[in-house]
Write a protein that binds this ligand. Structure first.
Ligand SMILES: N[C@@H](CCC(=O)N[C@@H](CS)C(=O)NCC(=O)O)C(=O)O
Length: 218
């Protein structure tokens, strides 16, 4: 059985977890945080989460998008998360890349302050939030919500967007700001619809429970 390593607090972990659940591929979770320990680096060379252990082969994959593409190739009969046409699949990869590089990765710079009580640096917060808004402007140009982010198919771009939106919404709320995704036409209806999906509900509930458990343990 596949083993997904990481924590439900992480957007990247939740992206892969949602892909596994939507595709209905069996897996179990191995809860851990990122680590620079030598033993951890053997299967996640940058010390990051998530990783996927490929069952009996003792082989590991890292990088959330790579893992989702692995699932797409390894389970061709399961629900498809990439469109069939070359252009549409490339548009999907492009949008994933925008979410990862220009939104979530930028937001990660505030995780120490946001989740782990590091002292607040207002100048840094302002800078990061404005760079995230810039990234979301890029996303806004690429999406056409009809009713999913790239039209009629629920894709890996939606699977990437959902944990990213929750992370960014909570980061902006912590900073006393509105959800910046609201600037995207059709976002409200899209977000209401996504939150009705059973697997999305499960992932977001387990994220919330993990955050509450972390706060209670502090
Ligand atoms: N490009 C990676 C990013 C993964 C990532 O940054 N994970 C965070 C947790 S959300 C992490 O492990 N951070 C710890 C670190 O960077 O040392 C992916 O797509 O999986």
């Amino acid at each position: 059985m596949l083993v997904l390593g990481g924590s439900p607090i992480s957007s990247y972990y939740n992206k892969v977890k949602l892909a596994l659940l939507e595709k209905d591929v069996g897996f179990r979770e191995e809860l851990c945080g990122p680590s620079q320990d030598e033993s951890f680096l053997k299967y996640s060379p940058m010390g990051k989460i998530p990783y996927l252990r490929l069952g009996e082969y003792e082989d590991f994959l890292t990088e959330s998008t790579v893992i989702i593409e692995y699932l797409e190739m390894a389970y061709p009969r399961k629900m498809k998360l990439y469109p069939g046409s070359v252009v549409a699949a490339s548009n999907c990869r492009q949008l994933i890349s925008y979410f990862d590089n220009y939104v979530v990765n930028v937001g990660q710079e505030l995780v120490g302050m946001f989740l782990f009580n590091l002292p607040k640096d207002e100048a840094k917060i302002k800078d990061v939030l404005s760079r995230i808004e810039r990234g979301i402007d890029g996303v806004r140009q690429l999406v056409r919500i009809e009713p999913f982010l790239l039209g009629g198919q629920y894709t890996a771009a939606d699977v990437t967007a959902i944990p990213a939106i929750v992370f960014i919404e909570s980061l902006f709320a912590w900073a006393g700001r509105d959800n910046p995704f609201q600037k995207i036409d059709g976002f409200g209806d899209y977000w209401n619809m996504m939150q009705q999906r059973p697997m999305v509900k499960k992932v977001l509930l387990e994220r919330q429970e993990a955050i509450e458990a972390m706060i209670a343990a502090e």
